[in-house]
Design a protein around this ligand. Structure first.
Ligand code: KIV
Length: 264
């Protein structure tokens, strides 16, 4: 199968649901690419599920670039989107261009994702004009956790209206898709049905054009916290634990190494 393009993703709207997951390293990106995921997001959730921070806020551009390079090198087919970390795109458009272009040139990403609505429109417009595809992200914004917490967004009429407006403004500014995080299903549906570009939901209900989740959440490798919108498909943490326990046991009891593991 050929490499997914931005246009392929846009064309999937209304025809085929878009599958997306996060990945942060070469082995997991290789697997996701092999099984045919449409979009791999090198999410700043790496700060929490890989680096062990309490929020996504501390991760830097250089750290995100390291993850992005590992993922891009592994991928033949999926679209690779790099998440721009907190304060890497809000200070000025110039700074945003400098950082976004690093994800494309040095990281090998096919596009970038930016959290926020109205306030980032000029930046989005500029990035798209110079040829950098942008995925939007509205609703719960993990980078704004200090202001908004992790609660569902868009339950009251005022926020609901603002999120609908933000979605349309981001589309007009040139976003090729928008992530909708932790909003009521009816709002996810309304935004999806009124936009021409695809929505990718995470806790935004059944009617989005696609779905994204954090890989470590669905495979049981992030035991700290399990959001209600996550479906767990495997217990990889338990498999690793079991393998390591058996290895320790074998070393302690002399069952490993066996003769065929040795050299003459
Ligand atoms: O960083 C992340 O993982 C995200 C989500 C949309 C999955 O932004």
């Amino acid at each position: 199968m050929s490499k997914r393009t931005i246009q392929d993703i846009i064309n999937m709207k209304g025809k085929e649901k878009i599958s997306a997951l996060t990945a942060y390293d070469h082995p997991t990106a290789t697997i996701l690419d092999r099984v045919g995921i449409d979009i791999i997001l090198v999410g700043d959730s790496a700060a929490m599920v890989v680096a062990g921070h309490k929020t996504t806020i501390p991760i830097t551009v250089d750290e995100m670039l390291y993850h992005t390079r590992m993922v891009s090198k592994a991928v033949k087919r999926s679209l690779v989107i790099a998440d721009m970390p907190f304060l890497s795109f809000q200070l000025s458009t110039e700074e945003a261009v400098r950082n976004a272009s690093r994800f494309i040139k040095e990281g090998g990403a096919n596009g970038v994702k930016l959290e926020g609505g109205k306030v980032i429109l000029d930046t989005v417009r500029h990035l798209v004009e110079i040829g950098i595809p942008v995925m939007g992200h509205i609703g719960l914004l993990p980078q704004a956790v200090n202001l908004l917490g992790y609660r569902v967004q868009g339950r009251d009429e005022e926020t609901r209206k603002r999120l609908i407006e933000d979605a349309h403004l981001l589309q007009e500014a040139g976003c090729f898709a928008i992530v909708l995080e932790k909003i009521p299903e009816s709002l996810g549906r309304e935004i999806t049905e009124t936009l021409a570009i695809p929505t990718i939901g995470i806790g935004a209900g059944r009617f989005c054009d696609g779905q994204i989740l954090v890989l470590h959440d669905i495979i049981g490798l992030y035991p700290e916290f399990q959001p209600r919108f996550v479906k767990r498909y495997a217990e990889v943490g338990k498999i690793i634990e079991d393998a390591c326990r058996r290895y320790i046991e074998d070393v302690k009891t002399g069952k490993f190494p066996e003769v065929h593991h040795t050299f003459s």
